[in-house]
Ligand binder design. Sequence first.
Ligand code: NAD
Length: 355
Amino acid sequence: MQSFSYVALPAKVTFGFGTLSQLGAEIAALGCRRALLLSTPQQADSAEALKTMLGDLAAGVFCGATMHTPVDVTDDAMRVASGLQADCLVALGGGSTIGLGKAIALRTDLPQIAIPTTYAGSEATPILGETQNGVKTTQRTLKVLPEVILYDVDLTLTLPPAMTVTSAMNAMAHAAEGLYAREANPVITMIAEDGLRALAQALPAIVADPADRNARSDALYGAWACGTTLGSVGMSLHHKLCHVLGGAFNLPHAETHTVVLPHAMAYNAAAAPEAMERIARAIGASDAPGGLFDLARSLKAPASLASLGMPADGIDRAVDLVLSAPYWNPEPLEAGRLRRLLENAYAGVRPENAP
Ligand code: NAD
């Protein structure tokens, strides 16, 4: 056993079927009486239904959440929160809605209850990414960590299979990079490996039957485990690449993670053999990067950056951006190898394991 340091994050997690019915009690337990409910426009009906369910405990609804937490949307939501004299935030949705709750909490210190309906994992992290004038900046502060997470498996049954797969691959990326993180520790390693196992086992069953409640339950548990990993240890090349690609070419978040992950893992494979062994075991494959690529293919996930709309001449720009701000990665970053990684991801070929 090597020396390590581990900080547990202070949040209450409730997991199960039908847990939404506990929301009123959770708001009261926080000492609050006027919740502002947050959602995307696509989930406005669910937020309105929640408002009806909560009665007097709901001060109002703001359903303008959108991808990458634009600051102008946060400003609008802040005005609504202040006008309604909200004393807590309830975010019902995926990473976009939970991101909005975090952005308001950063500015107001209002307590948050996150009710995740995707597998992205943001609810379990003290991380907030915000976008202003086309630039996304990320910060880590306990001020944005939701006080309460209410996982209700029933709310995930409507997540379409394609989004289910890419959202889960986004979660698996947190666990994979957590296993070879510089701050890796035995607690998070256990959690990350189990998160990968749960998601890899659940996904084929969900794609076969999106209403499979047991598989949905396993997947949501896996999402919590992978999000917890992201919340506790630092990420490396994969997350940096996805950040750059999303920002430079406006590529969709979860799909970009899905395409890039096997290639980023292949890049790091020789430098992180123990992590690769754990990942391979968790997903039931003999080779981690190839096995993950094959799993994604079998689930009909997008395989190439070209199919996501990245321009072919963007590869060199992406390499330059990745190299422009050095950061830790198990394998040293090198322009030629990064270009090859991106060419493979662009074309959607099975990843190479070679340094
Ligand atoms: P999302 O929140 O943008 O949701 C995608 C779409 O699916 C939205 O229209 C949403 O309303 C809809 N949707 C969500 N749940 C649904 C359900 N159960 N049924 C039907 N439709 C549903 O997507 P996401 O991938 O969850 O989140 C992506 C965002 O989260 C990005 O901005 C990313 O940067 C951020 N993120 C942040 C962290 C963090 O720790 N800060 C972690 C992961 C992702």
